[in-house]
Design a protein around this ligand. Structure first.
Ligand SMILES: Cc1cc2nc3c(=O)[nH]c(=O)nc-3n(C[C@H](O)[C@H](O)[C@H](O)COP(=O)(O)OP(=O)(O)OC[C@H]3O[C@@H](n4cnc5c(N)ncnc54)[C@H](O)[C@@H]3O)c2cc1C
Length: 289
């Protein structure tokens, strides 16, 4: 067995986070999302983390590829053709503080590594999410899962008072722990607006999947605020991949077989389903038809 070969880089390496420990964006009154690490953290001078996508892709396409396609073209080709594994070569680690109702939606994304604050071990913070009075949203009529325009001022105030009552239970939480109730039980009386924190590590392919679902207008506004901030944090780290993501995923449009047929024939959508018809109308509008 031979010894380890330590090979110096051909070009000096630079830190994609400019030597910073974290890049952080505050969200709402108590929350934040911070980028704390990236792989690759060091890249050849003049490059970005897009470098790792191209490096991996060239293993599959062979040495001749570079002459045929420039790096940017290759990344865009990979994304368009859903050749996804090269995007898994870039990883991000985030530290996030968010209300529990946002964390519940977030945790459904199973392809990340997560380590969360333990409310059995530690005391929950006295921090709760409270929307501003002009962002108390009415129930949407079109989307059973969604909020819509702001509700009238009187009802908004009533809603905030209801939140305040729930959040004032924090005093009881502290008092009962003081009397010896375990932290693991005392916490269960707190509302889902209370804040938690976690470290969340995920590769770029799955981050893009997360962003495409959670930056979408159908996602709840509160988690969308985090997704928008995540996008802003990683954009300068791998600008080429994120440009391709914007062009081919975020601003793209999926058409069903029935929609393609309607587009081709100029006839109505061949379905009785009202919801599908409404979705087709929305797509037609986006297409300027
Ligand atoms: C607007 C919106 C509304 C939603 N409403 C609800 C709701 O009412 N109720 C509810 O329960 N959830 C709801 N969700 C959550 C949703 O159903 C998904 O669980 C969530 O978006 C994560 O998506 P995912 O599974 O594709 O992502 P990930 O878990 O990150 O997985 C990424 C991809 O990996 C693959 N994968 C991961 N794990 C497995 C596995 N075990 N087996 C096979 N393939 C796997 C799949 O291809 C998957 O698409 C909603 C999500 C959104 C965006």
């Amino acid at each position: 067995m031979t010894g380890t070969q330590r090979i110096a880089p051909e070009t000096p390496l630079v830190d994609v986070m400019d030597g910073c420990a974290r890049w952080q964006i505050p969200i709402h009154e108590h929350g934040f999302i911070a980028l704390t690490d990236v792989m690759p953290r060091l890249v050849p001078q003049g490059q970005t983390a897009d470098f790792a996508i191209v490096q991996a892709a060239r293993v599959s396409y062979g040495a001749g590829t570079k002459k045929v396609q420039e790096d940017r073209g290759l990344v865009r080709y990979l994304l368009r053709h859903r050749h996804t594994t090269p995007f898994e070569m870039v990883e991000f680690k985030f530290h996030i503080a968010m209300p529990i109702f946002v964390a519940r939606q977030w945790i459904r994304h199973r392809t990340a590594n997560v380590n969360e604050y333990s409310a059995r071990y530690s005391v929950m913070p006295d921090q709760f999410y409270r929307p501003s009075a002009d962002n108390v949203r009415k129930q949407s009529m079109a989307n059973r899962q969604g909020g819509d325009e702001p509700i009238d001022v009187g009802t908004a105030e009533e809603f905030l008072a209801y939140l305040d009552r729930a959040q004032s239970l924090y005093g009881e939480y502290e008092r009962l722990m003081g009397k010896g109730v375990s932290r693991e039980l005392a916490r269960i009386g707190l509302p889902v607006s209370v804040y938690t924190q976690w470290y969340w590590k995920c590769d770029l392919h799955n981050v893009m999947h997360f962003l495409s679902l959670r930056m979408d207008e159908h996602a709840q506004e509160e988690i969308r605020d985090y997704a928008d901030a995540m996008y802003a944090l990683i954009k300068p780290i791998c600008p080429v991949a994120m440009e391709a993501f914007r062009d081919y995923r975020l601003n793209g449009l999926f058409l069903s077989g029935l929609e393609v047929e309607a587009l081709r024939t100029g006839e109505a959508l061949r379905t009785e389903n009202k919801r599908e018809q409404a979705e087709w109308e929305a797509k037609r509008k986006r297409l300027g038809l």
